[in-house]
Design a protein around this ligand. Structure first.
Ligand code: FAD
Length: 464
C-alpha cells in the first residue's frame, strides 16, 4: 500500500486509538527525523513509523502491519550498516522511546528496555562501578548489538555481551509475549545468542554486570609508514596479553587533537589503542612492550568505563560501508598485506582500517552458541565512513580488496553485525551450517511466516 493512501485510513485510526506512543506518517513534521538512521546512504520512506512505548504498542503495530501486508522493520539504535531497521513503503516498529535501564547493584544485574542505547546502559551502571561488555561506541542500540553477539573493549575479560545475557522478553510475530532464559524456552534463548532480530521484538534484556570502577585507555600514534613494525609488535603483544587488555590496531586520519603532532593531523596515521580493565599504573606495566616502541604522540588516561565508551563515538550523517574477515592466524605476510591496504582508505575521512583482537574469554566461553566467529583470534574490519557519493565505489572496493588479500588466513566465519548484506552464503557463514539448520527450526516455531525478515535472515525450516 502506498504511503499516500495510508494516511487517514480506518486501519491507521484504529492503530492510533489507545496507542501509548506515537504513530508518525509522511505528512507529519517529525517524519524525516524519525526515518533517519546512522548510515546516510540509506534513504527509505516507510508508510508509518510506530514509535512504541509498551509491549502492547508493539503487538498492536505488528497486527496492523500484518493485516495490511506491510513489510515490517524493527528499529533499535538504527546502526545497521545495511539499513535493516528501515523499510520503503512498509511499517517501522521504532523502539527508541523504550530506553529505561534499571540496575540492581546487589544482584549485579541490569534490566534494559529493548530500544536503549549502550550509553543508557553504561551510564546506569556507572554510579555503582558496574559494567558489562558494550560496543566500542555509546550510540549503538543494545537490541541489535546484543542479538548479534556484541563485541567490545571488555570482551576478552567478560566475554561478549551475549555471554552476559540472563533473559529476554520478546513479542513474537503473532503478538504474544514470551520470555526466554536458560530454563524458560531454552532453545529460543540459545537462538537469541547471535540469531539477531529473527525471532521477535525484544522488549527487554536482563544482563549480568561486573564490578569495574575504572579503566585505562592508551592511544599511541605513529606515522603510517611505521605501521608494519607497529602492527607486528601489536600482534606479538596481544598474543600473550592478559584478558584485561582490549583495544585495536587502527589506521585512521590523524584527528585535530592535542595529543596528535601537528604534522600528523589530516594524514594517515597508525594508532595502537590499548584498553585495560583496571587502573593506569597496572596498565602501563602490562603495556610496556607497546610503550617502548617509540611512538610520536600519546594520550593515556584513566577514566570511568562509560567515558571510554563515548570517547570514540563516530559522527552520524556519513555514508557507510563496512566488512570483516575473521582470521585464524596473522603471520607477517598477512600483516604486510593488511598494512598495505591502509593507503587505499579515503583520507581525510572518519574511516578506520581496523584490526581487532579476540581471544581471552571470547574464545573460551560458550562454544555451543551459534557464533563460530568467536574462536578466531583476529578480525580485520574495514570500517568506511565518508561524505562524497563520488567515493562510494572506492570505499566498497577498499573493503573487498582487504577481504580478498586475507583469504588465505580466513576462518570462514563472520560476525554479522560487522557487515552489511553480503548474500545468503555469508549469513550461513555467520552461524555455521549446522547452527543455521537449528536456528531455522526455531524460526519456524516463532516466526513461520518470516515477518521479521529485515535482518541477516534465517529462513524458517519447511514444515516436516
Ligand atoms: P538497528 O539498525 O536498529 O538494528 C539492527 C538489526 O537488529 C535490525 O535487523 C533490527 O531489526 C534488529 N533489532 C534491533 N533492536 C531490536 C530489538 N529490540 N528486538 C528485535 N530486533 C532488534 N558491533 C559490535 O559488536 N561491536 C562494536 O564495537 C560495534 N561498533 C559499532 C560502531 C558503529 C559506529 C556502528 C554504526 C556499529 C557498530 N557495531 C558494533 C555494529 C552494531 O552492533 C550493529 O550494527 C547492530 O546491529 C546495531 O544495533 P542497533 O540496534 O543500533 O541497530
Amino acid at each position: 500500500m502506498a504511503s499516500e493512501t495510508l494516511g487517514g485510513t480506518a486501519a491507521l485510526k484504529d492503530l492510533r486509538d489507545g496507542f501509548t506512543g506515537e504513530v508518525i506518517t509522511p505528512d507529519g513534521p517529525a517524519y524525516d527525523e524519525a526515518r533517519t538512521i546512522f548510515n546516510a546512504m540509506i534513504d527509505r520512506r516507510p508508510s508509518a513509523i510506530a514509535q512504541c512505548e509498551t509491549p502492547e504498542d508493539i503487538a498492536k503495530a505488528l497486527r496492523f502491519g500484518r493485516d495490511l501486508d506491510l513489510e515490517i522493520a524493527v528499529r533499535g539504535g538504527g546502526h545497521s550498516v545495511a539499513g535493516m531497521s528501515l523499510t520503503d513503503g512498509g511499517l517501522v516498529i521504532d523502539l527508541r522511546r523504550m530506553s529505561a535501564v534499571v540496575v540492581d547493584p546487589g544482584a549485579r544485574t541490569a534490566e534494559v528496555a529493548g530500544g536503549a542505547t549502550m550509553s543508557h546502559l553504561d551510564r546506569a551502571g556507572e554510579p555503582y562501578g558496574l559494567a558489562t561488555t558494550g560496543g566500542r561506541v555509546s550510540t549503538t542500540g543494545v537490541g541489535g548489538f546484543t542479538l548479534g553477539g556484541g563485541a567490545g573493549w571488555l570482551d576478552r575479560k567478560y566475554g561478549l555481551i551475549c555471554d552476559n545475557l540472563l533473559s529476554v522478553h520478546l513479542v513474537t510475530s503473532d503478538g504474544n509475549a514470551v520470555r526466554a532464559s536458560e530454563d524458560e524456552n531454552p532453545e529460543l534463548f540459545w537462538a537469541l545468542h547471535g540469531g539477531g532480530g529473527n525471532f521477535g521484538v525484544a522488549t527487554s534484556f536482563s544482563f549480568r554486570l561486573h564490578p569495574l570502577p575504572t579503566v585505562t585507555a592508551m592511544m599511541l600514534l605513529w606515522p603510517a609508514d611505521a605501521g608494519r613494525d607497529v602492527t607486528r609488535a601489536y600482534r606479538d603483544f596481544l598474543e600473550s596479553a592478559p584478558d584485561e587488555v582490549g583495544g585495536g590496531l587502527i589506521f585512521l586520519t590523524g584527528p585535530p587533537e592535542e595529543f596528535v603532532p601537528e604534522h600528523m593531523v589530516g594524514q594517515l596515521v597508525c594508532m595502537a589503542l590499548v584498553t585495560y580493565a583496571g587502573g593506569e599504573a597496572e596498565a602501563r606495566e602490562v603495556a610496556r612492550p607497546m610503550l617502548g616502541l617509540g611512538h610520536a604522540g600519546e594520550m593515556i588516561v584513566e577514566l570511568p568505563y562509560a567515558e571510554l565508551q563515548c570517547m570514540l563515538d563516530d559522527p552520524p550523517g556519513c555514508r557507510n560501508y563496512w566488512s570483516a574477515e575473521h582470521l585464524d592466524s596473522f603471520p607477517d605476510e598477512a600483516v604486510d598485506l593488511f598494512c598495505a591496504r591502509a593507503s587505499d582508505m579515503i583520507v581525510p575521512s572518519p574511516s578506520q582500517h581496523v584490526l581487532f583482537p579476540q581471544g581471552g574469554a571470547t574464545a573460551r566461553m560458550n562454544p555451543d552458541f551459534p557464533i563460530p566467529w568467536r574462536r578466531a583470534p583476529w578480525v580485520a574490519h574495514p570500517f568506511g565512513l565518508w561524505e562524497d557519493p563520488a567515493d562510494d565505489e572506492r570505499a566498497r572496493r577498499w573493503a573487498h580488496d582487504i577481504r580478498a588479500d586475507l583469504q588465505p588466513w580466513s576462518s570462514g566465519a563472520v560476525y554479522l553485525n560487522f557487515i552489511g548484506y553480503e548474500g545468503e552464503e555469508r549469513v550461513i557463514a555467520g552461524f555455521g551450517p549446522e547452527n543455521y539448520r537449528r536456528l531455522a527450526a526455531v524460526k519456524a516455531e516463532y516466526d513461520p511466516d518470516n515477518v521479521f525478515r529485515l535482518n541477516h535472515n534465517i529462513k524458517p525450516a519447511p514444515a516436516a
